[in-house]
Design a protein around this ligand. Sequence first.
Ligand SMILES: [Zn+2]
Length: 312
Amino acid sequence: MPEYSIGLDLGGTNLRAAAIDRAGDVLEKVSGSTPFSEGRDAVLAEMVQSISALRDRLGSAGLAGIGIGVPGFILIREGIIRNSNNLPFLEDFPIRDEIERRLSTSVVLENDANAAALGEKWRGAGREVDDLVLLTLGTGIGGGIISGGRVIRGFAGMAGEVGHLTVVPNGNPCGCGSQGCVEKHASATAVTAMARLMQLGESLSAKDIYDLAHRADEAGHKARQIWRVMGEALGLTLALLINTFNFPLYLLGGGMLPAWEFFAPSMLRTVDARSATYRLTKPSTRIDVATLGNEAGLYGAARLPWVETRNR
Ligand SMILES: [Zn+2]
């Protein structure tokens, strides 16, 4: 039996787990079915059951470890989720220790966006580099930073919160308590809010606004304006990151990437104007598209036991 690890990705609405071997090939996969609305006990039971099912099928002998990606701000040493908008019922609960107790094995906990960045480094668009930043553009903006092939966690475990970098000094208020965070100006939620403000429609999705941008009429013009403004906010964020890290690769992932053709021109113009490091290192500094999609977090979670030992 080859060595394998189990990664579990606790998303905002459901969970998935996979057994993955050392080469990064998926051996087995399971999806949870418990609605998160049923609360903490139900979700914990589902997590334990999913991992157990994989371990039973593949045998305990080859299991290298278990990695779990969770949404929210985590305390890495304590193994708890300090704050999570998606899963408030898991806040300040010893989730890592409880799962370790129930499974009688050790668990590595990580923020889901950090895990996704590690997944892209291992099996996705970041395979060729050791240093990268991943930005996931969804209802919010998640971020993960990989340096030397490992997640930059910070002393508490809260590093990589690039979605809350300020890109507009007096910008839109954010749930984090600040304002002008990039996730309030360049996420799918921000794009749809702009569409409302532009009177394009009350309930348009980011996909609708992408479709509209192809049109030659007034609505198409407004839609392209939205993508241009979104691209500028993203470009400012990338300029800050490039100036800070001088990494070779910055990956963008998430559901809005199909609109690349509409936001990338203003994004790249802004990066060019705002970052001397970018200008001086072109074309070796690359801004590119992530390739693993929703699977990134699962791969990254499974990779954790092999690269992270500083769990506590
Ligand atoms: Zn914020």
